[in-house]
Design a protein around this ligand. Structure first.
Ligand code: SAH
Ligand code: SF4
Length: 362
């Protein structure tokens, strides 16, 4: 028998329900059996194929055991913030790569931040994941398994998951197909049934991906990371700003807005002295004026590979005041759990870098 992690076995978590139906139909099983298996995977959340005994026809369980596997993720490292709200996980994939998943629980509204790639090719200078470079895309099942891991954790205390943000490691629109198949699985009504309004996809501004998202009407909220409102200032922080300049990016955003009639969130990591002056806020205000936009300002979470510091609270407030004068609402998103390296890619960097300072422990 092959070990559960053999690459030759099909990981069931990689398959949206239609694809699972095609697989089972090829073996002579109807949609009824497909749905029974789907409910076992995503409602009951069985953790092994053995647990399917007694739930499905013995012949189907035998075939599943021979040809498929359920690839759950192992905990490589975990940390809890001192306020108890943030639970940061470094999860191990079957090939030994590790990725970050962060569970945040506030006021009964649990949110998970998940990764779509191991590493990232986009190279944003302040981002710990960007500093690592891209290792590989995650498969749909590897994206879904992060959610299953945290729903398992939440079940122990009778909580359920409400929001999913695709803001962990990686650029989701660079792994478009893998990400969208995972979204199909997450929103499926017979399974996890996450409300489409409760999934937010954050992109660095991959223009073809934004246009495709607009055309396909995927059930996600869109967030676009700007960080600079002129090409020169943006490209200094976000190198792909050279490939997709602001006029192309904003044109794609307007296309998305018009087609989908949905508000777009814009993210702006505030770095002292770099992109936090009132003049820069005015330039941003001019850029977004008249759009159905909401700006999330995120004070920089310092990383080992970048010398910048977060903006002072007064600078943050002044920045928001200028945006308000253009009719643009904004919210400050404190990156929770700074004491446990809870910024994107930071736990991995802390655990795996040569030990200059000890990593956070639980
Ligand atoms: N690749 C996507 C999603 C992952 S990053 C994107 O870039 O949008 C999610 C958000 O966290 C982005 O807005 C990113 O710029 C921001 N971010 C990354 N590292 C950060 C840090 N050290 N401090 C503050 N924000 C950071
Ligand atoms: Fe990649 Fe996003 Fe980090 Fe940029 S901020 S390097 S796009 S993960």
């Amino acid at each position: 028998m092959q070990p559960a992690s053999s690459p030759a076995l099909l990981n069931l978590y990689d398959l949206p329900r239609t694809a699972l139906g095609e697989l089972l139909a090829g073996w002579g099983f109807s949609a009824f059996h497909r749905d029974a298996l789907w409910e076992a995977l995503y409602r009951q959340q069985v953790e092994s194929l053995d647990a399917l005994e007694g739930l499905l026809r013995p012949e189907l369980v035998r075939l599943l055991r021979e040809r498929t596997c359920l690839r759950r993720l192992a905990v490589h490292h975990e940390a809890f913030s001192s306020d108890g709200y943030t639970h940061k996980l470094l999860l191990r994939l079957h090939d030994g790569q590790t990725i970050e998943t962060v569970l945040m629980r506030f006021k009964g509204r649990a949110t998970v931040c998940i990764s779509t790639q191991a590493g990232c090719a986009m190279g944003c200078v302040f981002c710990a994941t960007g500093q690592m470079g891209l290792v590989r895309h995650l498969s749909p099942g590897e994206i879904v398994a992060q959610v299953l891991h945290v729903t398992g954790v939440l079940r122990q205390s009778g909580e359920s998951l409400r929001n999913i943000v695709l803001m962990g490691m990686g650029e989701p629109l660079h792994n478009y197909d893998g990400t969208m198949e995972a979204v199909d699985i997450l929103v499926d009504q017979l399974g996890l049934a996450i409300g489409p309004r409760f999934i937010t996809l954050s992109t660095v501004g991959v223009v073809p991906g934004i246009r495709r998202l607009a055309d396909e009407d995927r059930p996600v909220q869109l967030a676009v990371s700007l960080h600079g409102a002129t090409d020169a200032e943006r490209a200094a922080l976000v190198p792909v700003g050279k490939r997709w300049p602001l006029d192309e990016l904003m044109e794609a955003c307007r296309y998305y807005s018009e087609k989908r009639k949905r508000r777009i969130f814009f993210e702006w990591t505030l770095i002292a002295g770099k992109n936090d002056t009132p003049e820069q806020a005015h330039t941003l205000g001019q850029l977004l004026k008249g759009m159905d936009a909401h700006i999330n300002v995120i004070p920089l979470n310092p990383t080992v590979g970048y010398g910048g510091t977060p903006s002072a609270p007064e600078a943050v407030r002044a920045f928001q005041d200028v945006l308000a004068s253009y009719g643009l609402p904004s919210t400050v998103r404190q990156r929770r759990g700074i004491d446990i390296d809870a910024g994107c890619g930071q736990l991995k960097a802390a655990v795996e870098r040569p030990r200059r300072s000890p990593p956070a422990t639980s």
